[in-house]
Design a protein around this ligand. Structure first.
Ligand code: NAD
Length: 365
């Protein structure tokens, strides 16, 4: 089956999977904002909500029905996800099937995470301005430590042995590093930094070293550099303003992006895209399902809303995407936020506030 360019599909069908816990709360607000954007900019979006969550799994034993992954690939322009995770399913089976299933089976190798401080008062570091925290992380999303290769021997005994493999391929490392260089060049950023632990991980991470610096020769206009991940974590706290684009393997990217979320004000305000350029991609807030906050109105919907802005951008709706982000920033700067950002609004009130701001935006063309 040929892969369609989502931008050419009309209408653009969006699969919406709110998932579990606060995933449902924040996705409702993202849909509210998307509906306003669709009306304001006459976007050809068709939002299709799908019921695959923990309840569905517990009732049917099915995470996603047969053929669903192919349907995502062939019939949809994008996938929008809330969050997955439910204490009734301790092994996270359905969450792994759905989230990792989509990432791996649709080959969404590029996890894109902007870390942007929208208001200086949200930064936990002292004396930082908005411009001091403004970098993006390119996390490799299909290989590394998360491939689930390994096993246990003599499990549950004092002699237990556990083996957990990391996989790094030339193709996998090359495409994520190239994506980082290309994005930097296209967006006027000059510095691309690769992080690894090649001083001790002498095989897999040495591959990252060789691929990254070989590739850097194709981008003489950019400054390619390297830090071991432990040093990077320290520098992100001491001097975040030195970073523009960071590229990392799956495990280190996961960790560094949570650190990045903390620098921008917390998990509630962090959005992400899981991309395979030219194919159907998936968009989700960085946070999990925070079950204790579900239905309480405490969940910040901004990460989900900013993720839907990334989706709009990829679908070719740049102006709407920028206006959604601007509306989120306006709410933050006005202090009209949920409690995690110091405000006193409920989840749906923040969604209403952002939707109102967007509805009042000027449409340029
Ligand atoms: N991509 C995903 O769907 C994803 C990611 C991480 C964790 N999880 C799952 O989510 C469940 C809960 O995990 P966890 O508690 O470690 O992480 P979590 O991100 O769900 O929550 C951690 C804490 O961060 C805060 N927080 C997170 N999102 C917030 C928001 N939108 N607004 C306000 N505060 C927010 C809350 O204080 C919360 O207790 C687990 O089942 C976990 O496996 C899913």
């Amino acid at each position: 089956m040929p892969v369609l360019d989502p931008k050419l599909q009309r209408p653009q069908k969006i699969a919406v999977l709110p998932g579990d816990g606060i995933g449902k709360d924040v996705t409702a607000e993202a849909l509210k904002v998307l509906s306003v954007a669709a009306e304001r900019w006459s976007l050809p979006l068709e939002l299709v909500s799908l019921p695959y969550d923990a309840d569905h799994f517990l009732e049917t034993g099915v995470s996603l029905p047969p053929g669903q992954m192919e349907a995502f690939r062939d019939e949809y322009a994008a996938i929008l996800i809330g969050a997955y995770g439910d204490p009734r399913i301790p092994d996270m089976r359905h969450a792994a099937d759905i989230l990792l299933g989509i990432r791996f089976q649709l080959d969404l190798y590029l996890n894109f995470r902007p870390c942007k401080l929208y208001d200086a008062r949200l930064c936990p570091l002292k004396d930082k301005r908005e411009s001091d925290v403004d970098f993006v992380v390119f996390r490799e999303n299909t290989e590394g430590a998360y491939v689930g290769m390994g096993g246990n021997f003599k499990k549950g005994t004092p002699h237990e042995v556990a083996v957990q493999e990391e996989i790094h391929t030339f193709m996998g490392v090359e495409r994520i590093c190239r994506a980082a260089f290309e994005w930097a060049r296209a967006h006027g950023r000059r510095k691309v930094l690769m992080t690894d632990k090649s001083n001790v991980m002498r095989y897999g991470h040495d591959l990252w070293q060789r691929v990254f610096f070989d590739l850097a020769r194709e981008y003489p206009d950019l400054e390619a550099s390297h830090m071991f991940v432990d040093a990077l974590c320290m520098q992100l706290i001491k001097k975040p303003e030195q970073f523009e684009v960071i590229v990392a393997n799956n495990l280190f990217g996961d960790i560094v992006t949570d650190l990045g979320a903390a620098l921008q004000g917390g998990l509630g305000v962090a959005g992400s895209a899981n991309r395979h350029p030219g194919r159907v991609s998936m968009y989700e807030p960085v946070h999990g399902s925070a079950p204790k906050h579900a239905g309480t109105g405490r969940a910040n919907p901004m990460g989900a809303i900013l993720s839907s802005a990334l989706m709009l951008e990829d679908l070719g709706h740049d102006e709407a995407a920028q206006e959604v982000e601007r509306a989120v920033v306006a709410a933050i700067r006005a202090g009209e936020t949920t409690v995690d950002l110091g405000g006193n609004l409920k989840t749906h009130e923040v969604g209403d506030r952002i939707a109102r701001e967007l509805a009042a935006a000027t449409v340029a063309g």
